[in-house]
Design a binder for this molecule. Structure first.
Ligand code: PLP
Length: 391
């Protein structure tokens, strides 16, 4: 697919520079008369394959044209100027995370993980240890992983971290890692490719759950890995073929369709998140408020240097479990649900899962695309109700 294949006779268009334009056009094939702009999902377990095994599409666990377009689209958003970067899509974020960690590390290697990342990472850590991989951990904040890098095969960064919203300096960590021959992977789930472009900051892999802000409607699971080079991508693709954690064509197509509104959704989510953070900042019952967009937040300076937007998530702590449960129950516009990055605001008392090292009253709040005034009013009223109903 290149500009010479156009069937409408027009000259190929120059690559668009604006991110809204890139998002709405990402991965679209050149127009073909009487065909839809975004071809529909290709449902195929196998493709016609007479004679020698050749051509792009052979068997549905290896390749699928609907993935190809989505991979092209995500690559255009994550690494618009990186020559040679390639994207591999997966059935879920964890499929993508595991693909990088389990395919790159061998017995005897050392991997550096954050100790405050997504709550499934400790499970991956156990698995790495079972395969004879040594694991070191350090916090995200203060670039503390720098001190754990010596001799490591792979550094795993999650910034902003979930749910604590600490941020580390990706460029600084990547430079140190590269000097020591350590590969760098960044979990870009919370930021989305419009909020942060890890490959431009020096990472070898940008990995994300597309289940969250990337697709934004809370109706599918998806993951992806953007790789700096075709060689790295070949290893990740091989892993996908072995493990078979492939996305369904319908999910891949829905994800691609969702990208058209990525800029509209994320811009509104980011401004709503900041508004909610600013609104709860003055409340006596709220402690530990975190959002990288707040000028006084410990993450703000680094985030402002390396991010294009501060994300849809805000976290804060209410006095205790009962107070947090009253707050959650009093919300009308905010669904009590795990996950984040959706068009409808969600929140949860994170400690109910048991995993994260957070207080009982810790709330992880994900701003949707509601009208800011309605959302802020709902949150403030729920805080009032939760305090009024207290013991
Ligand atoms: N990475 C981060 C930062 C996450 O928050 C999540 C899920 O919440 C994942 C990875 C895993 O994504 P999925 O649920 O799509 O497997």
């Amino acid at each position: 697919m290149n500009g010479n294949d156009r069937t409408d006779g027009r000259a190929p268009a120059p690559a668009p520079a604006g991110e809204g334009t890139r998002a709405v056009r990402a991965g679209l094939p050149d127009p073909v008369k009487n065909e839809p702009p975004l071809p529909g999902p290709v449902f195929a377990a196998h493709f016609h394959l007479p004679g020698d095994v050749e051509g792009p599409y052979t068997y549905g666990r290896d390749t699928n044209p609907t993935w190809t377009l989505l991979e092209q689209a995500i690559g255009e958003l994550e690494a618009p100027s990186a020559d040679g970067a390639q994207t591999v899509v997966f059935a879920s974020g964890m499929a993508a995370v595991s693909a990088v960690l389990l395919s790159q590390a061998r017995a005897g290697d050392t991997v550096v993980l954050p100790d405050d990342g997504y709550q499934a990472l400790p499970l991956v850590r156990e698995q790495l240890a079972a395969y004879g991989v040594r694991v070191r951990t350090a916090p995200t904040g203060g670039d503390a992983q720098l001190a754990a890098l010596d001799g490591a095969r792979l550094l795993w960064i999650e910034t902003p971290s979930n749910p604590g919203l600490d941020v580390c300096d990706v460029r600084r960590l990547a430079e140190a890692a590269r000097a020591g021959g350590t590969l760098v992977a960044v979990d870009n789930t919370l930021a989305t490719p419009l909020g942060q472009r890890p490959l431009e900051l020096g990472a070898d892999f940008s990995v994300a759950s597309g289940t969250k802000g990337l697709t934004g409607h809370g109706d599918l699971l998806l993951g992806y890995v953007v790789c700096r080079s075709p060689e790295l991508a070949a290893g990740i693709r091989r892993w996908r073929k072995i493990i078979g954690a492939v996305p369904g064509p319908m999910e891949a197509w829905l994800a691609h369709r969702s990208l058209a509104t990525l800029q509209l959704r994320t811009r509104r989510q980011w401004s709503n998140a900041l508004a909610v953070a600013q609104a709860v900042a003055g409340r006596a019952e709220v402690t530990g408020l975190r959002h990288p967009g707040l000028p006084g937040d410990p993450s703000h300076a680094t985030a402002a240097r390396q991010m294009q937007g501060f994300g849809s998530v805000v976290s804060f702590t209410l006095p205790d479990r009962a107070h947090a449960e009253r707050f959650m129950a009093a919300l009308h516009l905010v669904e009590d649900a795990t996950s984040f990055g959706g068009v409808r605001s969600t929140a949860e008392r994170r400690r109910r899962w048991g995993g994260d090292a957070v207080p009982e009253g810790f709330i992880r709040f994900s701003a949707g695309i509601e009208d800011e005034d309605d959302l802020v009013a709902d949150v403030l009223r729920a805080l009032d109700d939760a305090s009024a109903d207290g013991p």
